[in-house]
Design a protein around this ligand. Structure first.
Ligand SMILES: Cc1cc2nc3c(=O)[nH]c(=O)nc-3n(C[C@H](O)[C@H](O)[C@H](O)COP(=O)(O)OP(=O)(O)OC[C@H]3O[C@@H](n4cnc5c(N)ncnc54)[C@H](O)[C@@H]3O)c2cc1C
Length: 506
């Protein structure tokens, strides 16, 4: 007869990303014995967190607030930072979600954002200024302006963050078990969660605990759930991060009575290299992103523009424009730039192989020859480039680090900032597709990260944080919120779980 192996800890944490470890460490520091169950093999551990650019969005009044976080790793001599008060964070979140973000959850996220990142820094997570991702070089100076709110990233990005979190787990004597696919939440007759069941390398295991914290990511790597919840084209989309976030824990949570919440048809998806692999590659992490489109134009295979490339800074459009590209024929488009834009292209473009030419005719011909299977309409593409150049703003005042209002007149869609002509050779085109990052729908939690049932009661013994929680993001997302959301509610989950066992946060 097969025996199910059984083990006990105070707190059982499901997943090994940023949300899971902030929870595990908070619970451990309150005096709990903690076990972390990771589905991935050790070599691929760490979830989407390991793939990130490491950017955290949080509130601050200025450099004085940031120096204690980056101190020891970085200096501020070449950066320009503007304050990012709670009202600005709230405005950004409201604006990109069309006012739908849950008021309670978003308030906790915003109010606790700074103290949580400080807590991580005090624990030993290293941070630096986020020049490469959210910095824009100020023309005529050696300074870089950092986009408000997204000024800091983990040192060595997601790879560094993930390594530090695993190191902190070891230092705190937290056990991490790999290749544990959790597929059942154990509940007693009183409705209290008592543990989980996982498929482990030697068969089924049950891990019992006074509290369970689930932080096992969204369902973005599951084509079946993507097709069911997001619709047709999403079944085929490339996944930017971990292939292990497949949503089985979300299904199980719903089955035991957790309340479903948020934008189940919503997802974060960005413009990525059309040649990117089907799942995230740890040697490339987030380097397949192609986010400098505000300084060029984006055309589909029928040669048509289909978004306002200059609607806003890319931090506020990139998470929605992946879907816009995916909706085009063959889920592909081209970003086209002239040589004046080359210095503005993010460093990540260096991982791609563009098509390059000295005139636009030639460029369009090369684009077609490079991707013959896509069926690019070269005549229409050239016509669009000519029409765009005619409608572009030829005056002075191009400011890449500000919404400069240089716009086209008479196009559909218009380009409303940074609309300068594409006419200075050489020219480059990058083929892009939409890549999914994570899903927005999930389960409902309280302001203490308790999982709520269908009538808003906490399910005893059950806490959650990270991608599998719904209600934060709808339709779109402001860059850098995913890590902050996971950390804020991870810490709260760990503390609340510990408090429920009579242990107090340290
Ligand atoms: C390329 C890329 C770049 C990004 N850049 C940024 C950025 O700069 N800033 C930002 O804020 N966000 C960024 N994000 C989004 C960010 O990754 C997520 O919001 C955040 O990391 C989610 O953390 P998490 O802990 O909820 O999930 P994850 O880090 O994905 O962790 C989930 C964990 O659960 C495990 N798991 C899954 N199923 C099971 C199961 N059944 N049993 C046990 N374990 C399971 C997974 O293996 C993994 O360890 C980026 C994402 C990608 C893909």
């Amino acid at each position: 007869m097969t025996r199910v192996s059984e083990k006990a800890a105070d707190v059982v944490v499901v997943g090994a990303g940023n949300a899971a470890f902030t929870a595990a460490i908070a619970a451990r520091r309150a005096g709990c014995r903690v076990v972390v169950l990771e589905k991935a093999p050790e070599a691929f551990r760490g979830g989407n967190t390991r793939f990130t650019g490491g950017v955290f969005r949080f509130t601050y009044d200025g450099l004085d607030d940031l120096m204690p976080i980056v101190g020891g790793t970085d200096d501020a001599s070449d950066v320009v930072v503007e304050p990012y008060p709670a009202e600005a964070f709230e405005r950004d979140l409201q604006r990109v979600t069309g006012g739908r973000t849950d008021p309670l959850l978003s308030r906790v996220l915003i109010e606790r954002s700074y103290e949580t990142v400080r807590w991580m820094a005090d624990l030993g997570v290293r941070f630096e200024f986020s020049r490469a991702v959210t910095g824009i070089r100020i023309p005529g100076s050696n300074k870089t302006r950092l986009q408000p709110g997204a000024a800091i990233r983990a040192y060595h990005e997601g790879i560094g963050l993930s390594q530090t979190l695993f190191d902190l787990a070891t230092k705190h004597d937290i056990e991490v078990l790999y290749e544990r696919q959790v597929n059942r939440i154990l509940v007693d007759d009183a409705g209290r969660v008592t543990g989980i069941q996982a498929r482990g390398p030697g068969g089924f295991e049950r891990h019992y605990g006074g509290a369970v914290i689930v932080a096992s990511g969204g369902f973005q790597a599951n084509p079946e759930m993507r097709t069911a919840y997001l619709g047709g084209p999403w079944g085929l989309v490339k996944t930017r991060g971990s292939r292990y976030n497949t949503g089985e824990v979300i299904r199980e949570l719903l089955a035991i009575g957790a309340q479903s919440f948020g934008d189940w048809g919503g997802r974060h998806a960005t413009p990525i290299d059309a040649d990117a692999p089907v799942y995230g590659d740890l040697s490339l992490t987030d380097k397949t992103n192609r986010l400098s489109y505000p300084y060029g134009i984006l055309v589909n295979l029928d040669g048509e523009r289909f978004v306002d490339e200059g609607a806003d800074f890319n931090s506020y459009t990139y998470a929605a424009y992946g879907a816009a590209i995916l909706a085009q024929r063959n889920a592909t488009a081209f970003q086209i730039f002239d040589s004046r834009a080359f210095p503005l292209l993010e460093k990540r473009y260096e991982t791609g192989v563009p098509v390059e030419a000295d005139n636009l005719d030639e460029l369009v011909g090369y684009m077609e020859r490079r991707y013959p299977m896509l069926g690019l309409d070269t005549v229409a593409t050239l016509k669009t480039l000519v029409a765009y150049n005619r409608a572009a703003d030829r005056g002075d005042g191009f400011k890449p680090d500000a919404l400069d209002g240089k716009r086209t007149h008479g196009l559909r869609p218009e380009k409303t900032n940074w609309a300068v002509p594409i006419e200075t050779p050489p020219f480059r085109a990058y083929a892009v597709t939409g890549g999914i990052t994570f899903t927005f729908g999930g389960i409902r939690i309280s302001d203490r990260a308790e999982v709520l049932d269908g009538v808003d009661r906490p399910i005893p013994g059950l806490y959650a944080s990270g991608e599998l929680t719904g209600g934060f993001f709808f339709l779109n997302y402001p860059l850098g919120c995913g890590l902050t959301r996971g950390a804020v509610f991870g810490k709260l989950a760990g503390e609340a779980a510990a408090a429920s066992l009579g242990k107090l946060p340290q």
